[in-house]
Design a protein around this ligand. Structure first.
Ligand SMILES: *[C@@H]1O[C@H](CO)[C@@H](O)[C@H](O)[C@H]1NC(C)=O
Ligand SMILES: *[C@@H]1O[C@H](CO)[C@@H](O)[C@H](O)[C@H]1NC(C)=O
Ligand SMILES: *[C@@H]1O[C@H](CO)[C@@H](O)[C@H](O)[C@H]1NC(C)=O
Length: 231
């Protein structure tokens, strides 16, 4: 009897709680995100709103990224943006899929934010997720990539960098011919890793030569790392 009473009590307590969670305005964004100056950065964003799972409701789907009162990006094609951000932002997310991801290009030292997302669904259904603003940490120069080399009868060298702009990732290249493979990995919500591997059979003439990996970022910044080939 007592157990049943407690189970009933728990159900009564738990179910309304779960339902009320669906009635809130929530957004998921990283509070801070690093970005390389002159390069681009993708701010991953997903949001929810009351009754998001109810079907058949007509919405306007107007999304805005803002800094204070300034609109820096929107999904509305003809909406005028502030001069500072015009043609530098792209609204990548699909609002119907609750995706509010934004890209900022040509990152400047002044682009620290904080930036926040705001949605207008219909009359009276609007919300600014101002408490979940995103600050951008501007990195002036890229770090040299990490380089590792394995020598057997072949030389296999790997070069890796992390970045925050999966829409326009850095390009990695080698100063030596060989078979090159490249892969991209998501390290966390905003951090991506790009790895390039070159494999070649060394010739005697390669001995003591420098093997260099060059990374070119969107916007033109370059970083390098090198190693000497010892066979
Ligand atoms: C949101 O949209 C971006 C850009 O299209 C996409 O890369 C990302 O995977 C989407 N996120 C989710 C959670 O679907
Ligand atoms: C080159 O790569 C190595 C191995 O990853 C790393 O330890 C080193 O710091 C890099 N060179 C520079 C100049 O950062
Ligand atoms: C390799 O390079 C080092 C430094 O440049 C030089 O001292 C050495 O003589 C070179 N060895 C050969 C075999 O070329």
């Amino acid at each position: 009897m007592q157990l049943e009473f407690w189970l009933l009590f728990l159900c009564v307590q738990v179910i309304p709680h779960v339902q009320s969670a669906k009635k809130t305005w929530t957004v998921s964004v990283p509070p801070r995100i690093p970005a390389l100056q002159s390069c681009c950065v993708v701010i991953p964003c997903s949001y929810s709103y009351p009754d998001a799972n109810r079907k058949g409701i007509q919405h306007w789907w107007r999304g805005f990224w803002k800094k204070g009162n300034q609109i820096i990006s929107t999904n509305l094609p003809h909406r005028e943006l502030s001069k500072e951000y015009r043609q530098r932002t792209m609204f990548l997310g699909d609002l119907r899929s609750r995706n509010c991801t934004m890209l900022l290009d040509g990152v400047r030292s002044t682009d620290t934010g904080p930036f926040y997302f705001a949605i207008e669904l219909s009359l009276g259904m609007r919300f600014s997720y101002i408490k979940n603003a995103v600050t951008i940490d501007i990195i002036r120069e890229p770090k040299p990539p990490s380089l590792s080399v394995q020598v057997s009868d072949k030389i296999t060298a790997s070069c890796s960098v992390t970045h925050s702009c999966p829409a326009m990732p850095p390009k990695l290249s080698w100063n030596h011919r060989g078979s090159i493979t490249q892969r991209s990995k998501k390290r966390n919500e905003w951090k991506w890793e790009m790895v390039s591997t070159v494999t070649f059979t060394p010739l005697l003439s390669d001995f003591n030569k420098t093997l260099t990996c060059t990374v070119k970022y969107r916007g033109g910044k370059v970083a390098q790392n090198s190693t000497i080939i010892h066979i």
